[in-house]
Design a binder for this molecule. Sequence first.
Ligand SMILES: Nc1ncnc2c1ncn2[C@@H]1O[C@H](COP(=O)(O)OP(=O)(O)OP(=O)(O)O)[C@@H](O)[C@H]1O
Ligand SMILES: [Mg+2]
Length: 273
Amino acid sequence: MPPPPDNSIMTLEVKRLSTGVEGLDSLLQGGIPEGFFVAVTGEPGCGKTILSIHFINKGVEEGDKCIYVTTEESRESIVRQASQFKMDFQKRIEEGKLIIIDALMGRTDKWSLQSLDMEALVSKIIEAKKELGYGRARIVIDSLSAFWLDKPAMARRYSYYVKKVLSKWNFTILSVSQYAITTAESFGFGVEHIADGIIRFRRLLRGGELKRFIVIEKMRQTDHSRYLYEIDVKPGVGLVVLGRVERRVEDYKLPFEVMKKIIDAKKEMEKEL
Ligand SMILES: Nc1ncnc2c1ncn2[C@@H]1O[C@H](COP(=O)(O)OP(=O)(O)OP(=O)(O)O)[C@@H](O)[C@H]1O
Ligand SMILES: [Mg+2]
């Protein structure tokens, strides 16, 4: 006879933050666990920035202190994109609930970065948090991979640094990184291991039409969906999850042996640096 179940051990509750995209929350048992460092990756134009905008907007609605770091687009561009989905980021900035750190460079205001320097980024984020005040906070770094553009082998070290320093500040972080189509892995080796979660966007041309997909590749402490979902960006609404695709994560990942070869080669490259 098996021993009776031990009911004396309580399962500790995981607090979750809504992503702001209903269809995505339901794939994540309600959302992203508080304090997590989540990598968002995918090819261009798939919806990484739009997901980031939803995440920040939801945060502001829930009273979180919100910081959006933009390296690929200007602050104005993010505000304009949000406004297309009826989110008033300009008002949120004026209300002191949101700070957009512009790291596209060429700006000299208080909330701009003068160089893509890791330490400067982290200290600017901490300065922004102090300005926003006490309480739960959300950060988007769109994209973190911009900081290792000319030194990709630093990806893991940089991600680890950001996670380690910012986790002390009660931040839940979405860290966007580009996607290397050649190796089918996030641009920046090792980020996946450091991240508590990975949300991966994909795109495919099907029947002459561009289709977009999303898959949760990893989310610690979460019984998440392992299927690919078709998504769309709807005018006036933003990101929506349309439905499940009848393929599993394993069906489109590279075979284990191929991945192992790529990883071993990258490790060698790192050793040389
Ligand atoms: N107002 C809108 N209505 C409908 N679709 C839109 C709207 N605005 C943007 N899109 C769609 O969203 C796409 C851009 O998505 P997003 O900026 O999130 O991509 P991304 O993954 O961040 O790309 P990148 O890596 O280049 O930054 C556009 O290419 C377009 O297809
Ligand atoms: Mg983007």
